[in-house]
Design a protein around this ligand. Structure first.
Ligand code: HAM
Length: 419
């Protein structure tokens, strides 16, 4: 084959599509049950937006962005994540006028130039939401509650929610110094990335896979929180405990995007191997002002659809397949075809999935095809049926067939199929 898909992208068809639809539909239902509304932003943005938000020193900006110049010489980037575009859209459209709080959810593709492997793609898809305007730990709680309900509604069980607080810019100043002091002794042993990050973004050393051994005994950010940040974190945990949402406190959790303040969390799944993070998020109280708006507290989360589907499959969870009421109208001859079309139109109006021959096949070919496509019932119309004013309804599973008066065919077939 001459053309191949781009490395790190996927084609989706067949059974996989049902998994994806199940994830997307469940996500929509849960978000809407939490009073969220959908937001759709463009797939590309000015490059500067991501540099300012995700952070100059982050892996995403350093190594992973799909950046190009358009024909007018502007620097454009395919979105690597969804939060910065939502904040940009919020500011640009003056959504602030709608009052607070506001909750938006989104579903869409993201792009990161990472090394592809199972659960890690270059074009991947996220479901996510952002809650804008609240500084209260009640908002952090609602966020984690919604994520937990979503994962449970999917049927997932083998996941854990990792939680940490990395404080506000004020208390982080001190923590950063303490952390630098601690890592100083290991400076020669650190990986190249961490050596570079040591000066500019020392918190990221905590979640480096290669240098994990040093992180275990590192000072914890929760021990250096200012009073307000500490109260915020304690209150969030109190709410989580009250509603019995299980979480693990994880002091090495800092997240790879620079905009976070206070609460950060990540959901990991047992069945996924190296790319076990199925969702992540947190609070980003400084991002609106960083992007030129007023100071608006906000928080949010995103989960990778590819990873959610892997998690569902690893737990053996089956998803609803929606072609149970798939019918096939087989016709012989021109007159019968026209009769078939009008019957198909009526059945489609009733909500059935109805297919019919457009390949000029003989009856046997049509039946074979219907079988292969998974139709349970076939409706057959030929000259004889037209003469008698009937159609034949054949059950492909049992081989039984009945003659149905054409006049009552739609009602009869509907009842019979839905039985
Ligand atoms: P993130 O942790 O970078 O956070 O991504 C969220 C999720 O997207 C990950 O947990 C993972 O499931 C999925 N994901 C990330 N990269 C890939 C990849 N290369 N291939 C497949 N799946 C991937 C964010 O993007 C933040 N915007 C989340 C957020 C929203 N924070 C606040 N609001």
């Amino acid at each position: 084959m001459k053309y191949k898909k781009i490395k790190g992208t996927n084609d989706l068809f067949g059974e996989d599509v049902w998994y994806w639809r199940f994830v997307e539909n469940t996500f929509r239902e849960v978000c809407e049950s939490f009073g969220m509304e959908e937001i759709r932003t463009p797939i590309f943005e000015q490059t500067e937006l991501f540099i300012r938000s995700v952070g100059e020193e982050s892996d995403i900006v350093q190594k992973e962005m799909y950046t190009f110049q358009d024909k007018a010489g502007r620097s454009i980037t395919l979105r690597p994540e969804g939060t910065a575009p939502v904040v940009r859209a919020f500011l640009e459209n003056s959504l602030v006028n709608r009052g607070f709080q506001q909750r938006y959810y989104y579903i869409g593709q993201m792009f990161r130039y990472e090394k592809p492997q199972s659960g890690r793609l270059r074009q991947f898809h996220q479901v996510g939401f952002e809650i804008i305007g609240s500084e209260s730990p009640k908002a952090d709680f609602e966020m984690i509650l919604a994520v937990d309900i979503f994962l449970k509604r999917l049927g997932l069980r083998k996941y854990s929610i990792h939680l940490n607080s990395i404080g506000c810019p004020e208390c982080r100043k001190q923590y950063r110094e303490v952390l630098k002091e601690y890592y100083k002794q290991y400076l020669d042993e650190l990986c190249e990335d961490c050596k570079r990050r040591y000066e500019r973004n020392v918190l990221r050393l905590l979640d480096c896979k290669e240098d994990q051994k040093f992180a275990l005994n590192a000072p914890k950010s929760v021990d250096y929180l200012c009073d307000n940040c500490k109260k915020h974190y304690e209150k969030l945990k109190e709410y989580l405990n009250t509603f019995e949402i299980e979480y693990v406190e994880d002091h090495t959790l800092v997240r790879g995007l620079d905009y976070y303040t206070r609460t950060v969390f990540e959901v990991r799944h047992e069945g996924l191997g190296a790319q076990n993070s199925i969702a992540g998020g947190g609070r980003y109280d400084g991002l609106f002002s960083e992007l030129g708006g007023s100071s608006i507290p906000a928080l949010g989360f995103a989960a990778g659809i590819e990873r959610l589907v892997l998690a569902l499959k690893s737990e053996g969870i089956e998803v609803p397949v929606e072609n149970v009421h798939y019918l096939y109208v087989a016709t012989i001859g021109e007159r019968a075809f026209k009769e078939g079309v009008s019957l198909a139109i009526d059945l489609r109006k009733k909500g059935f999935r109805v297919d019919m021959d457009i390949m000029e096949r003989k009856l046997s070919g049509q039946l074979k095809h219907a079988n292969r496509m998974g139709a349970r019932y076939v409706i057959i119309i030929g000259d004889e049926e037209l003469e008698k004013g009937i159609v034949i309804l054949r059950d492909l599973e049992t081989g039984d067939q009945v003659e149905v008066d054409r006049q009552f065919a739609v009602e009869y077939i509907s009842e019979r199929v839905l039985e």
